[in-house]
Write a protein that binds this ligand. Structure first.
Ligand code: SAM
Length: 208
């Protein structure tokens, strides 16, 4: 995968039609090294890379797969749990109206905010907190992206998902998880689809 190139600034991209091809094009031009302070020489490998504090910047192909599966919409309000480097956050923010993102590690939260501010994003709200029970204040969310692995699906996140909404979350043990797509139907029922087998760092907190 070639994702070399310059980070696209927000201007212009926001107006793009919301098709998968546009997301893929944007993603291919998104400079992953911009989201890393060290080990930049490994930025263009399709691997998760350490970003300090026992955390990783996610594997690019998985970030793209999860983003496409979320089916972002221009008017969508998105909740992200696990800001990390801000790499996934940039993709979410470029193709939705507003992103609320939560990170529990202060240094990662600060750096991600600096980077995304520098890149010109104005539609991202950052919070330093344990996000395992979501961000109730701004619910319901049209889309929820969880970038750390839970032992089970947090009921609070299901409750904060809008009718017709979609959530992506890795669920399983620390060493092996299923990447789940949850869709909330008109009657409130949840349809669950297993998308992939993955290995993410743990979602700390109530669902560890
Ligand atoms: N997608 C991000 C990227 O590409 O940089 C990587 C996210 S990393 C795999 C998972 C992140 O979730 C870490 O930054 C970790 O600190 C954060 N995290 C874990 N548990 C959390 C929690 N309960 N609340 C908020 N953030 C949490």
């Amino acid at each position: 995968m070639n994702i070399q190139g310059q980070l696209l600034l927000h201007e212009g991209v926001y107006e793009m039609a919301n098709h998968s091809e546009d997301i893929i094009t944007y993603f291919q031009k998104l400079d992953r090294s911009f989201f890393m302070d060290e080990l930049k020489e490994f930025a263009y490998m399709d691997e998760a890379i350490p970003i300090g504090y026992e955390q990783t910047i996610s594997q690019p192909s998985l970030v793209l797969e999860m983003t496409l599966a979320l089916d972002l919409q221009p008017e969508a309000k998105v909740l992200e749990i696990g800001t990390g480097s801000g790499f996934q956050t940039a993709l979410l923010a470029a193709f939705s109206k507003t992103v609320y993102t939560i990170e529990r590690i202060a240094e990662l939260h600060e750096r991600a905010k600096e980077r995304l501010d520098e890149a010109g994003f104005t539609n991202i709200h950052f919070k330093l907190d344990d996000g395992s029970t979501g961000w109730d204040e701004h619910a319901p969310y049209d889309r929820i992206m969880v970038t750390a692995a839970a032992a089970q699906v947090p009921i609070e996140l299901v409750e904060q998902l809008a009718i017709g909404g979609r959530m992506i979350i890795p669920v399983g043990t620390p060493l092996h998880q299923e990447l789940l797509l949850l869709e909330k139907e008109e009657d409130g029922d949840i349809e669950t689809t297993v998308l992939d087998e993955v290995r993410f760092v743990p979602l700390k907190g109530k669902y560890e």
